[in-house]
Design a protein around this ligand. Structure first.
Ligand SMILES: Nc1ncnc2c1ncn2[C@@H]1O[C@H](COP(=O)(O)OP(=O)(O)O)[C@@H](O)[C@H]1O
Ligand SMILES: [Mg+2]
Length: 300
């Protein structure tokens, strides 16, 4: 039974392991059809949060719902049949072949033959070999087909592409894009922002157990502005006189780097032409730049 309208909700959810608080009082509502990128450095609490959504872990406080059902840990909910789940570190039964494992998943969650066939066409999985003989990328294809063959309403992915080669990452992300076109709600974690920003329409940043930012990707990109690097003898001293809208990111004697909102670029140009410098670079900032500002450069 759907109670609320939101597909996934977390209400004041906290998870403690002994004295350690891995997730601290987080609240979230994912709306039907949204594709949410759940981003944060290793250890932020992403897997713990997702495990509570799936009912693998019990919150110390707060409630979790998926498709209107209260998720009670270790309980088999009918709602699980409407969820597709893939994790990057998923262990699949190595003795089974891809085909056997997919038949086993289909027996639990169902299979729509047309979808199964189109997924096999698209992903070209190795179906006949035991899973333990497959490369990581090939195993991940099987895990993805198992998660999608029953046409789930919700797709929950925990760093699904970690350790995949770039080609395989693209195949995986393309499949997620196709799912979202179908109207599937997607919640996908990653520690790589650029990966999720190409697929998602909303980003939730998590750091040290808290959601520190929750914004539409559109809004984040519109705020990106420009990144400017000025080089030349003694340009470091210009840092004190920057226009108000400029934010100093780095300086040494012969180089300064700053960011500036796109709307203020003209003011900046008028200011800089009156100064002495040898070289200037002006480029669009991308979401990874914002990410590094937020995380204080601690992740790389
Ligand atoms: N079962 C557990 N017992 C104790 N600490 C845990 C357990 N699971 C996770 N943690 C800790 O909680 C924090 C968040 O972990 P996790 O949710 O796996 O982060 P992420 O997925 O963002 O990398 C980490 O500091 C991790 O060591
Ligand atoms: Mg994790």
């Amino acid at each position: 039974m759907r109670k609320g309208k939101s597909t996934i909700t977390l209400a004041n959810v906290t998870k403690r392991f002994g004295d350690f608080e891995a997730v601290s009082d987080v609240t979230l509502a994912v709306e039907p059809g949204q594709v949410v990128g759940f981003v944060g450095p290793n250890g932020a609490g992403k897997t713990t949060t997702i495990s509570m959504m799936m009912g693998f872990l019990k919150p110390s406080k707060g409630t979790v719902t998926v498709l209107g059902t209260n998720i009670e840990p270790q309980t088999s909910h009918s709602v699980h049949g409407s969820i597709g789940y893939v994790a990057g570190d998923m262990v699949l039964p190595g003795a089974l072949s891809g085909r056997q494992f997919l038949a086993f998943s289909a027996a639990r969650n169902g299979r729509i033959d047309e979808r199964f066939n189109s997924l096999v066409d698209k992903l070209q999985p190795v179906l006949h070999k035991p899973l333990k003989q497959l490369s990581r990328g090939n195993k991940q294809k099987i895990a993805l087909i198992a998660a999608l063959q029953h046409a789930p309403t919700v797709l929950i992915l925990d760093e699904p592409t970690s350790g995949l080669d770039p080609l395989m990452q693209d195949v995986f992300l393309d499949t997620v894009k196709d799912e979202s076109k179908r109207g599937t709600t997607v919640f996908m974690s990653s520690h790589i922002l650029s990966e999720v920003s190409s697929v998602c329409d909303r980003i939730v940043f998590m750091r040290a157990g808290k959601f520190i930012l929750d914004k539409p990707v559109r809004e984040l990109t519109s705020q990106l502005g420009k990144h400017i690097v000025i080089k030349g003898h003694d340009v470091g001293k210009l840092a004190k006189f920057l226009p108000d809208s400029a934010k100093l990111l780095y300086k040494n004697a012969n180089e300064i780097r700053l960011s500036i909102p796109s709307a203020n670029i003209k003011t900046f140009m008028r200011w800089i032409v009156t100064k002495e410098f040898d070289d200037i670079l002006i480029e669009d900032r991308d979401l990874d730049d914002v990410f590094h500002e937020l995380y204080g450069g601690k992740t790389k």
